[in-house]
Design a protein around this ligand. Structure first.
Ligand code: MOS
Length: 730
């Protein structure tokens, strides 16, 4: 096994001299045909002998006195009714909380599962289960009501208070000061594939088919919940229909499915309904944010304050890190970033695409726009003027930083010069039009991963990792990495993913999946190359791999004649992520039209320019970035998980009422990826991009809305009722 710990600069490696022409190439997904022809087997495509249907809590507090299952058990086709086992955590996540037995924490919490011979029979019988509740069932559902009671939360990734210098003094002494309050709503991941588990036991070994993002971690959590050794569980997620953070950790239906399957001695499958996905998995926290900026008259930021209050269930230590993008986006001699956590009785707040930046940069990047206006400085120029040369919070050097390049290239490409600095200047028929900009930054993360490559006798290369492909292109990019290093065309590579029987990776999440698992693949290939060099008696450095041939020592040897050979690689984070500041960067530009009378907002154009290290596949990378930018349209204009304050139920907890951007809402989106060489992040030199596209995207739209019609809406999403009163003609 070849092992690399990221303690030092990467130095040159084989990927730096592309021979096979695969790295970065905009290749279509290797699993694309299987997906569009129905050949790709998702978890729900695995049949089972029995089908489960989940019973959920209808109250937001108190406890379960009793669950009356007699009527359900007597219903036709019913095989079993499993109440939730007492004492297990309410959420199976990395921050699982261990509550009182039988406690009800929120409406929608899973309480029982009915198992029957058919879906219809299980659903019918689930309606016959009666839950008797005790205790106080009133809940807290509005962050504004409980914000005053918010506490300093324990560290999560970093401490809740971060800062440098005397921000209060800097703000007080500033020539120009902007202070603004923002709110962002709760959101749901609502991936197109609902949470679903199919469980089957063979002796004392359990196999679960379920769509999860991180298998090794998920398996450990499931093992704890079931009280068995992790090694006895095989978790398979061959294809995953979207995750966005909602499929990190484990969800409860997996436990029910495993228990029911063991009880009945047959395979059991259970899928959540869409409403259950909204109510029983996790959500993005709503936030209340206060941003203060101080600047000199000539536009130098001197103080930055960013305070966030977020919500979660009592006892859960996850908090949405709203200030993360504020750590090092702009130079300023002082900054103060705080996070407070308030208790609500709603489904768990967890990680959702770009946790922190997605909601935090809506506030920060709109406040920077307000500062640009107050200073009468162009918002692109203001950002460029305040570019730091070191991470201003920690004083560390940047591994690479393309923010200014992105802003400048974007301004040029978008035609930013045509923007009017003041609002209500551009009219197109009944519409005001305007342009907005925002910076994008997303912390770059890396986590331990292993991978194996094997040359088979038929000349095919097997690439193996438990990394998942959650729609991102993992199958494709790992094949590109291996093909590039070993000089094999894509058709000669098979990638096996999403199975805990394969070498453990960091999984998909935090935008680190491709870089982490891909780096392990790189090391596995180097390990294999060392073995080939040994076999040929040639130094590895003197070997070139191209089109299936191993060239070196005056010979060209077909690689398939060297089998069987295998390579194994492992990468681990080292000191690099503590000594060098690492992030991916970008700039968002948006043009919108606001109807002067109705307030209707249409996004007309969007451009995102990004610098994210080496791009592994220009097509799948672009798809990730476009997807993030569309999330940004949703965050700015539509997405909002609404709770009924009398009951704690989600009013719009389904895809009929929860507003997502549709095709008609999404304009042509232009994406540019600037070349960037990074010698610290990982041996692929690739930074995360999955979450970069959303970071700042909504703020560019909000700033464009202001530039069009002169109304600043600081409570997201920008609904018509929040905009109309400010429109002169409305
Ligand atoms: Mo991500 S929010 O870690 O899928």
């Amino acid at each position: 096994m070849k092992i690399l710990k990221l303690d030092a600069p990467i130095g040159e490696n084989r990927l730096d001299r592309s021979v096979q022409g695969l790295i970065g190439a905009p290749l279509p997904r290797t699993d694309g045909v299987a997906k569009v022809t129905g050949g790709a087997a998702y978890s729900a495509d695995h049949t089972a002998d029995a089908i489960g249907y989940l019973v959920t809590a209808t109250v937001a507090g108190g406890w379960v006195e009793a669950i009356d299952i007699a009527a359900a058990l007597a219903a036709p086709g019913v095989l079993a009714v499993l109440p939730r086992q007492p004492g297990l955590p309410a959420a199976l996540s990395t921050q699982a909380i261990v509550p009182e037995p039988r406690a009800v924490h929120h409406v929608g919490q899973l309480l029982a599962m009915v198992v029957a011979t058919s879906f219809e029979a299980a659903r019918h019988a689930a309606g016959l289960v009666t839950v008797h509740y005790g205790g106080d069932r009133a809940g807290r559902f509005d962050l504004a009501d409980v914000a005053d009671a918010a506490i300093v939360p324990p560290p999560f990734m970093f401490g809740p208070d971060q800062g440098t210098g005397d921000t209060g003094a800097a703000l007080a002494a500033a020539d120009v000061r902007v202070a603004a309050d923002f709110t962002t709503p709760a959101q749901s991941h609502a991936a197109i594939e609902p949470h679903i588990s199919r469980a089957a036991w063979e002796g004392d070994r359990l196999t679960i088919h379920a769509g999860y993002q991180m298998l090794a971690r998920g398996r450990a959590l499931l093992a704890t919940a079931l009280g068995i050794e992790a090694a006895r569980i095989r978790l398979i997620s061959t294809f995953v229909g979207g995750g966005f953070g909602g499929k990190t950790g484990m969800s409860w239906e997996s436990v029910f499915a495993a228990q029911a399957s063991r009880l009945l001695g047959r395979s059991v499958r259970v899928a959540m309904t869409r409403r259950q996905v909204f109510g029983a998995t996790s959500r993005r926290s709503d936030t209340i944010q206060h941003v203060e900026l101080g600047a000199t008259r000539d536009g130098r930021l001197t103080g930055i304050g960013h305070d966030g209050i977020v919500a979660n269930l009592p006892g859960d230590n996850f908090w949405e890190p709203t200030g993360m993008g504020t750590f090092d986006l702009y130079a300023a001699t002082s900054r103060s970033i705080t996070h407070r956590l308030a208790e609500v009785d709603m489904v768990r707040s967890g990680m959702m695409r770009a946790p922190g930046e997605a909601s935090g940069m809506l506030a920060l990047e709109c406040a920077v726009d307000e500062m640009a206006e107050a200073l009468d400085i162009d918002p692109v120029a203001l950002r460029v003027m305040n570019e730091p040369d070191r991470d201003p919070l920690h004083g560390r050097a940047f591994s690479s930083r393309g923010l200014v390049d992105c802003l400048e290239a974007g301004a040029e490409r978008f035609g930013w010069k045509a923007r009017s600095p003041r609002p209500l200047q551009n009219r197109d028929g009944g519409w005001w039009t305007g342009m907005g900009v925002a910076a994008a930054i997303r912390v770059n993360i890396f986590d331990s991963s292993e991978a194996r490559v094997r040359l088979a006798a038929d000349g095919m290369l097997m690439v193996e990792s438990d990394l998942t492909d959650i729609g991102t292109g993992s199958y494709t990019v790992l094949a590109q990495v291996a093909g590039e290093l070993l000089g094999l065309p894509m058709a000669r590579i098979r990638v096996a993913l999403g199975d805990t029987d394969l070498p453990a990776s960091a999984g998909s999440g935090g935008s680190y999946g491709a870089a982490s698992a891909g780096s392990a693949v790189l090391l596995a290939c180097e390990d294999l190359i060392d073995r080939i060099a040994e076999q040929l008696g040639v130094a590895a450095a003197d070997l070139t791999f191209k089109d299936g041939m191993v060239i070196g020592g005056n010979h060209a040897t077909p690689i398939e004649t060297l089998v069987p050979l295998a390579g194994h690689g492992r990468v681990e984070p080292g000191t690099s992520n503590r000594t060098i500041s690492q992030a991916a960067h970008g700039a968002h530009f948006a043009e919108v039209a606001v109807n002067a009378v109705t307030g209707e907002i249409r996004v007309r154009r969007m451009l995102g320019v990004f610098a994210a290290g080496r791009i592994l596949n220009a097509r799948t990378a672009r798809s990730q970035l476009v997807g993030g930018m569309i999330f940004g349209i949703g965050a700015a204009l539509g997405e909002e998980l609404l709770v009924d304050r009398s009951s704690g139920r989600f009013v719009n907890g389904d895809l009929g009422d929860y507003l997502l951007p549709t095709h008609a809402d999404v304009p042509d989106i232009d994406v540019v990826m600037l070349p960037e060489h990074d010698d610290h992040v990982n041996p692929l030199r690739a930074k995360g991009i999955g979450e970069l596209g959303i970071s700042g995207a909504g703020a560019a739209i909000a700033n464009a809305v202001y530039n069009a019609c002169g109304v600043r809406v600081r409570d997201f999403p920008i609904r018509l009722d929040r905009l109309l009163s400010g429109l002169p003609e409305a």
